[in-house]
Design a protein around this ligand. Structure first.
Ligand code: NAD
Length: 569
C-alpha cells in the first residue's frame, strides 16, 4: 500500500465519521465530539485509529489491530452520521458504508462486544413532559425526526441494534424505574394495581424478543443463492392503550427497533405523562449508547387529532394499534400495512374432568391480575353443572367474594355499566374491594374477585368489563359449555382458557374457538409467557393475524438473489 492509498483510507474514515471531506483529523474529532454531546475525544480518536488499522489490515499492509469488536456501547462506531454539510443523500451514505465496511461486522472481529458502562438515564417528573428527548410539539416534527433517525439506523450493525435493544431492557428491569412508572400509571389512569404493573413492565423488558427473532431463510442451487431476510418497514406509527401504556411502549420499542424501524408513539391521552416519561427514558439511554437520535418519538400532547395525523402521514409506513375495536378498525381502513391488536372477552371453561381446586386458584389469579385490565384476563367462567358448586366453593377459598343478593347485583350493574351498555370508565381497572365498597359492602384485601352466578345474557357476561367482576354461567355439559364459550368470545379470536383433562374436549374447544391464545389448565397470563413457555408481548394481533407480535411482525420479507454464484455444493 503506497502513501497515497493510506492517506485516502484515512480521509475515507474521517469522512464517514462526520468530518467534511478533506478536513484535518483534529477538526473531524472536534466535530464528532460536539455531535455526540460530550463523548470523549479519546473515544473518537480510538475509533479513527481502529478503522484505519482495519482498512490497512484489509489492504494487507499490517495485521488487524486489536481484533476490535463490531460495536462498543457508548461509541459512535455503529452508524454513519450525516455529512457536516447537512446533505445526506442515500447513495452517498450507502457508498461510504459499503466502501469501508463500517456498520458491518468485519471479518476476523468476532470477539464479543466490549461492554462500556452506560448507566440508566435520569429524567425528573418535571422534565418528563417538556420538549426534547424524543418528545415533539407536533406530529409532523416527530415523524420527520423519526424518519431521519431511521435512515441513519439502516447503516447500524446488528450488534449495535442488539445493544440498543438491550439498553431498553436495562432501563426497565431497574426496580426503582419499574416502581416509578407503575405507580405513576395507576395514579394517572386511575386503573390497575401497581405491584402487578411492575411484573408486566418487567415482563415486557425481559421477554419481548429482540434481533434473534429475525431469522433468515436461504435457498441455494444451480441458479445461485437466494436469501429472504426480515427488513424494516421504516417509520412505524404505534397507538397504545390506557390499560397497558408503558408495557406496550417498552414491548413495541424493543420489537420495532430490533427489526430496524423507528417508532412514533401515539399514547392514550389519559396516560400522557407516564408515556412521555417512558419515551424520554428510552431516548436518553439510546443517546448514551450512540444510537441515532429520535428512534423512538412521540408528541407532547397526545390526542385523537394527533393520532389521526400520524395515521394519515405518508412517511409512516406501518400502523400498529393496540386498543379497542374502534381504533383497530380505523387503522385497518387506512390503506397502509396495519397490525390490529383488539379487544377480547376471554371465556374460561371448566369441565367435570378438571382439577377443580387448581382451576379455581388459576381463575382467581388470572382474573384479578392488574384488576382484570389485561385483554387476555378471564372475563367469564362457564362451568359444567356437575362441578359448578364445588368450583364456586373453591374459588371462595381463593379470594372470590360470592354475591347472590339480586339487589346488590342490580346496584353493581348500575355502578359499572354506562348508558351505552359498556363498562363505566371510572370503574375500569378498579379493585374488587373498591367496587364492593361502592355498593356498601366492606371487605378486606384478601378479596380479589367478585363472583356472581348469572345467565348468559347478562351484560357482565357479554361485555369486556376490565374489572374483577367474574360472572359464572352454568352449562349442562362440556359440549354446551364449549359452544357457549365460542358465542361469548364474540369472534374476537383473542384468548380463551379451558380446565379439563379430556384431551378430545380440549382439542375440540381449541379448534372451534379459534383464539390467538388458548391456555389449557393454567391462568390466562401463562399465555404471554408467565408460567407458560414462549415469549411475551403486549400487542396480541388477532384481527390481522400476526398473533403474539415480536420483532419479525414489524418487518418486511425481502429477497436478495445472487445469480449463479455462492452455491458451493
Ligand atoms: P381505546 O380503544 O379506547 O384506546 C386505544 C388507543 O386508541 C388510545 O391511544 C386512544 O387514544 C386511541 N383511540 C381510540 N379511539 C380513537 C379514535 N377514534 N381516533 C384516534 N385514536 C383513537 O382502548 P383502551 O381503553 O385504551 O384500551 C383497552 C382496550 O384495548 C380493550 O378493549 C382491550 O381489550 C384492548 N387491548 C388489546 C390488546 C391486545 O394486545 N389485543 C392489548 C391491550 C389492550
Amino acid at each position: 500500500m503506497n502513501d497515497q492509498q493510506i492517506s485516502d483510507a484515512v480521509t475515507q474514515v474521517l469522512d464517514g465519521y462526520g468530518a467534511a471531506p478533506g478536513a484535518a483529523p483534529e477538526q473531524a474529532v472536534n466535530q464528532t465530539t460536539s455531535a455526540t454531546q460530550g463523548a470523549p475525544v479519546a473515544q473518537a480518536s480510538e475509533f479513527v485509529s481502529d478503522m484505519v488499522a482495519n482498512i490497512l489490515a484489509d489492504a494487507g499492509s499490517v495485521p488487524a489491530a486489536k481484533g476490535t469488536p463490531a460495536f462498543v456501547p457508548g461509541s459512535k462506531r455503529c452508524c454513519w452520521q450525516p455529512a457536516a454539510s447537512g446533505e445526506d443523500p442515500m447513495d452517498a451514505i450507502l457508498a461510504k458504508a459499503l466502501a469501508s465496511g463500517l456498520g458491518e461486522k468485519k471479518a476476523g472481529t468476532s470477539a464479543p462486544a466490549a461492554k462500556a458502562a452506560v448507566t440508566n438515564p435520569v429524567v425528573s417528573d418535571e422534565e418528563a413532559t417538556t420538549l426534547g428527548d424524543g418528545v415533539f410539539a407536533t406530529m409532523d416534527e416527530a415523524i420527520a425526526a423519526a424518519e431521519q433517525a431511521q435512515r441513519q439506523y439502516l447503516f447500524c450493525s446488528m450488534a449495535a441494534r442488539k445493544a440498543f435493544v438491550d439498553g431498553i431492557r436495562e432501563i426497565f428491569v431497574d426496580p426503582a424505574t419499574l416502581e416509578r412508572i407503575s405507580t405513576q400509571t395507576v395514579e394517572q389512569t386511575g386503573m390497575g394495581n401497581a405491584a402487578h404493573k411492575i411484573i408486566k413492565n418487567r415482563l415486557a423488558a425481559e421477554k419481548s424478543p429482540g434481533v434473534e427473532d429475525l431469522t433468515t431463510d436461504a435457498a441455494s442451487g444451480d441458479g445461485g443463492l437466494t436469501l429472504v431476510e426480515y427488513s424494516p418497514f421504516g417509520v412505524i406509527g404505534a397507538i397504545t392503550p390506557t390499560t397497558n401504556p408503558t408495557e406496550t411502549i417498552i414491548c413495541n420499542s424493543i420489537g420495532m427497533l430490533a427489526a430496524g424501524n423507528a417508532a412514533v408513539f401515539s399514547p392514550h391521552p389519559r396516560a400522557t405523562k407516564v408515556s412521555l416519561l417512558t419515551v424520554k427514558l428510552i431516548n436518553r439511554k439510546l443517546a448514551a449508547l450512540g444510537a441515532p437520535a429520535n428512534l423512538v418519538v412521540t408528541v407532547q400532547k397526545p390526542s385523537i387529532e394527533n393520532t389521526n395525523a400520524m395515521m394519515a402521514h405518508p412517511k409512516v409506513r406501518m400502523l400498529v394499534a393496540t386498543g379497542g375495536p374502534g381504533i383497530v378498525k380505523t387503522v385497518m381502513s387506512t390503506g397502509k400495512k396495519a397490525i390490529g391488536a383488539g379487544a377480547g372477552n376471554p371465556p374460561v371453561v371448566v369441565d367435570e374432568t378438571a382439577d377443580i381446586e387448581k382451576a379455581a386458584q388459576d381463575i382467581v389469579n388470572g382474573c384479578s391480575f392488574d384488576n382484570n385490565l389485561p385483554c387476555i384476563a378471564e372475563k367469564e367462567v362457564i362451568a359444567v353443572d356437575q362441578i359448578a358448586d364445588y368450583l364456586i366453593l373453591c374459588m371462595q377459598k381463593c379470594g372470590a367474594y360470592l354475591v347472590t343478593d339480586a339487589a346488590v347485583i342490580d346496584k353493581l350493574q348500575a355502578l359499572v355499566i354506562n348508558e351505552k351498555g359498556g363498562p363505566q370508565t371510572a370503574c375500569v381497572g378498579k379493585s374488587a374491594v373498591h367496587l364492593l365498597d361502592k355498593v356498601g359492602i366492606k371487605v378486606g384485601d384478601e378479596v380479589k374477585v367478585i363472583l356472581i352466578e348469572l345467565p348468559k345474557e347478562h351484560p357482565f357476561v357479554q361485555e369486556e368489563l376490565m374489572m374483577p367482576i367474574l360472572p359464572l354461567v352454568r352449562s349442562p355439559s362440556v359440549d354446551d359449555a364449549i359452544d357457549l364459550a365460542v358465542d361469548l368470545e364474540h369472534g374476537n379470536r383473542h384468548t380463551a382458557m379451558m380446565h379439563s383433562t379430556n384431551v378430545r374436549k380440549l382439542t375440540k374447544m381449541a379448534k372451534l374457538i379459534q383464539t390467538t391464545i388458548f391456555v389449557k389448565n393454567g391462568p390466562s397470563y401463562a399465555g404471554i409467557g408467565v408460567g407458560g413457555e414462549g415469549h411475551a408481548t403486549f400487542t396480541i394481533a388477532g384481527p390481522t393475524g400476526e398473533g403474539l407480535t415480536s420483532a419479525r411482525s414489524f418487518a418486511r420479507k425481502r429477497r436478495c438473489v445472487m445469480v449463479e454464484a455462492l452455491n458451493v455444493r
